[in-house]
Design a protein around this ligand. Structure first.
Ligand SMILES: Cc1cc2nc3c(=O)[nH]c(=O)nc-3n(C[C@H](O)[C@H](O)[C@H](O)COP(=O)(O)OP(=O)(O)OC[C@H]3O[C@@H](n4cnc5c(N)ncnc54)[C@H](O)[C@@H]3O)c2cc1C
Length: 456
């Protein structure tokens, strides 16, 4: 039984929602329907206003052994925020303030429920840059940190972990703790903050974060580099990086997929040649630097077999390319029952793509892939059709096995959540799993925070 009266005493009557029709939006996230976990029957949504109220909710949940599911923007793709046991969904939506953009320290301090859209708005208004960009700006600061989100811009600036310098966290047992601060160096004690980052909400609730900012880029360009041969496209990526050109993003895609996506949104994909394409986003301090780099980049691409280099300079042209790229997920979504997130060492991407082709060939299916080529992170789209033919489980397993064989992992950015828990066994040796479960037990002795998620 969930103690609704006690919850109302903590957060106020208006912030405890029990009616099923009013909580539907909190029972799912953006996970593909083929793997979306089924929510529990008896769920209450609680919307605290501050860390103290969150602390009181967690203390109560511990006394009554009630599961608590932290919820950010609900944009996760692995069912992590879905309440699969009777219990409380704890929404961070009222912790929605950007507390400070500190220009001198180049840091932003924001509450856990601030959306990426809000954060970008405040930071850009101060002429600074927060580079990470997981595709959906509805994601919240706490959710992005709990998932260590990646996104396209990780090539130059890295994933969310690289930005987080300080956290305020409410532990599962209710204590409110501070970790780190506006510090670029901090070697004091064990780094608990980095355990919280990427814990997928199982070790604590992030209520406030201090994150590093960068200067705004002065000039940007987007290039689409086309190749007739996929291996040549992928082999060009390290050549670009070795030349000291570090783009914001290097995305791998297939022309046919981009043309279909463009048609889906009534647009035209501008790069007409080749079959395999790299979308490269360049961001430099000024136009001189930008054009110098783009010229060098084109030469490298042509030397490595590119059949066409299209450069979009105006904001509108760049916007069109990026709009079509960002719509790929939506365009294929009706056909897709799950999208994988395998990551291999960047130099092994071609082998990984070959391995995916082999799986497709073996089962007589088509597996379209998009991915962050600069990061070794690929998203093979798994169609409903494979499930209908009874092939999905085996095809996924073989892709995961290939990734691990190539020195990779089953998830590079979306996380394990609930949909990839089964694959944890193939990802870690028993001792590593024992250590992870031991850490969880230390933080959360009663196992109330987000059970059946991320590790065990
Ligand atoms: C169209 C689209 C594109 C995407 N592209 C990318 C991409 O390129 N790269 C990428 O990395 N991800 C991507 N994602 C996935 C998603 O946006 C990220 O995982 C994001 O970080 C989740 O944030 P959220 O606030 O929505 O979290 P939720 O989905 O609400 O929750 C995710 C997990 O975090 C926990 N959590 C949420 N808030 C907190 C908190 N305050 N404290 C503790 N735990 C918390 C939840 O319990 C859950 O376990 C994409 C999603 C969509 C829909």
């Amino acid at each position: 039984m969930i103690n609704v009266d006690a919850l109302k005493r903590i957060v106020g009557d208006d912030y405890v929602v029990t009616k099923r029709d009013q909580i539907q939006g909190y029972l799912a996230d953006e996970t593909y329907l083929g793997v979306l976990p089924k929510p529990a029957e008896n769920v209450v949504v609680v919307k605290p206003a501050n860390p103290e109220e969150i602390s009181a909710v967690l203390k109560l949940a511990n006394e009554e052994k009630t599961p608590v599911y932290p919820r950010g923007g609900g944009t996760g793709l692995v069912g992590a925020a879905v309440p699969t046991r009777d219990g409380i969904v704890l929404s961070l939506e009222r912790l929605d303030k950007v507390i400070e953009v500190d220009k001198d320290n180049m840091m932003v301090v924001a509450e856990g429920g601030v959306t990426l859209e809000q954060l970008l708005h405040e930071v850009e208004a101060n002429d600074l840059l927060f580079p990470p960009h997981p595709g959906d700006e509805g994601a919240q600061v706490g959710g992005m940190i709990a998932c260590n989100a990646g996104g396209t811009r990780a090539v130059k600036y890295g994933v969310v972990r690289n930005y987080v310098k300080g956290l305020e966290v409410v532990l599962p047992t209710g204590e409110i703790v501070q970790m780190g601060g506006k510090l670029l160096k901090n070697n004091t004690g064990l780094d608990l903050m980095h355990l919280i980052i990427d814990c997928e909400g199982i070790l604590g609730i992030i209520t406030k974060a201090t994150m590093r900012l960068y200067p705004k880029s002065g000039a940007t360009a987007t290039l689409v580099i086309s190749f007739d041969d996929r291996r040549a496209a992928i082999a060009t990526v390290p050549k670009i990086l070795q030349a000291g050109i570090i783009p914001l993003a290097i995305e791998y895609t297939e022309k046919s997929l981009m043309e279909d996506t463009a048609a889906h949104v009534n647009m035209t994909w501008p790069a007409k040649q080749g079959s395999a394409q790299l979308i490269v986003i360049m961001a430099e301090a000024n136009e001189d630097q930008l054009y110098g780099m783009c010229e060098q980049l084109s030469e490298i691409a042509e030397k490595n077999g590119a059949v066409d280099v299209l450069m979009a300079e105006t904001t509108a042209e760049q916007g069109e390319i990026l709009k079509i790229r960002s719509e790929v997920g939506n365009a294929v979504k009706p056909k897709v029952c799950d999208a994988l997130d395998v990551t291999v060492p960047p130099a092994a991407i071609s082998d990984m793509l070959d391995a995916i082709d082999k799986v497709a060939e073996k089962y007589g299916i088509f597996i379209p892939v998009v991915g962050h080529a600069g990061d070794g992170n690929l998203h093979p789209n798994m169609f409903w059709e494979y499930q209908e033919k009874g092939l999905l489980k085996d095809a996924k397993k073989e892709i995961y096995e290939a990734a691990i064989r190539l020195g990779g992992v089953i998830s590079g950015e979306h996380g394990v959540g609930k949909t990839r828990l089964e694959q944890m066994e193939m990802s870690f040796d028993p001792k590593s799993r024992e250590l992870m479960c031991g850490i969880k037990k230390l933080f959360d002795p009663n196992g109330i925070l987000s059970p059946d998620n991320a590790i065990c």
